[in-house]
Write a protein that binds this ligand. Structure first.
Ligand SMILES: [Zn+2]
Length: 229
């Protein structure tokens, strides 16, 4: 089921939003008109409007990791709209890795679903598998659905997420990249968390294996040395 090619029921939208070139994703079911939104931040009313234009109802909020540019919150002296504001506009559950649940102090626990590497959910006839990919943050997770992977700030086109931030772990990031993501089918289409290499907005696991220097180091020590450790 999880490895089937893009099915007829799936609606998949990639939306660039906000001043940091974030990508938000809306995944919908044509049959049930339900939608999951990944990393809603910045103008959340606009995101709801985009879903409504597709006749979709947002019932699930999926979080790749809890940095404010992905989920809202205080950042650099400004307040970014995000998950909390979206919950005022739609009745949805928030899926966040168990290690980052404490970030959402202001959200009632009944609205939070704590996830781990065994979590998978169904949206219409599409199964979304959660892959725990710590490194950029402890609870970073990627979402695999159909022939696609939404990779958050773990894997970018030709690059990987920063691992010099509070809570980052370069060793974990190396493991997540090489032992988890690079083990996926080479045809898997990768959709990252930022538009850092326009006009290209997606890649494949095979292309990253061939060209991304961060997944091509011969061993962990070489990766750590390149990252400054
Ligand atoms: Zn981040």
């Amino acid at each position: 089921m999880a490895d089937m090619t893009l099915n007829d029921d799936l609606i998949f939208r990639q939306i660039e939003i906000g001043p940091m070139a974030n990508f938000v994703y809306i995944i919908g079911s044509k049959a049930t008109r339900e939608a999951a939104i990944i990393d809603p931040a910045w103008q959340v009313r606009d995101l709801v409007k985009i879903a409504e234009e597709d006749d979709l109802r947002i019932t699930k909020i999926l979080v790749t990791h809890t940095h404010p540019d992905h989920v809202g919150g205080e950042f650099g002296g400004q307040s970014i709209e995000g998950v909390a504001e979206l919950l005022d506009l739609c009745k949805a559950k928030v899926y966040v890795h168990k290690s980052e649940v404490p970030y959402f102090k202001s959200i009632p626990s009944s609205e939070i679903v704590s996830t781990d590497e065994h979590t998978s959910i169904d949206l219409g006839s599409t199964t979304i598998q959660f892959i725990h990919t710590p490194g950029h943050t402890p609870g970073s997770q990627c979402f695999k659905l159909s022939d696609r992977l939404v990779s958050g700030d773990t894997l970018f086109i030709g690059a990987c997420g920063r691992c010099d931030l509070p809570g980052s772990s370069p060793e974990d990031l190396y493991f997540s990249l090489t032992q988890k993501l690079m083990k996926l089918d080479e045809e898997t289409i990768v959709f990252p968390g930022h538009n850092y290499t326009p006009p290209q907005k997606s890649t494949t696991i095979g292309a990253e294996k061939a060209h991304n220097p961060y997944v091509r180091f011969p061993n962990k020590s070489a990766f750590l040395a390149a990252m400054g450790y």
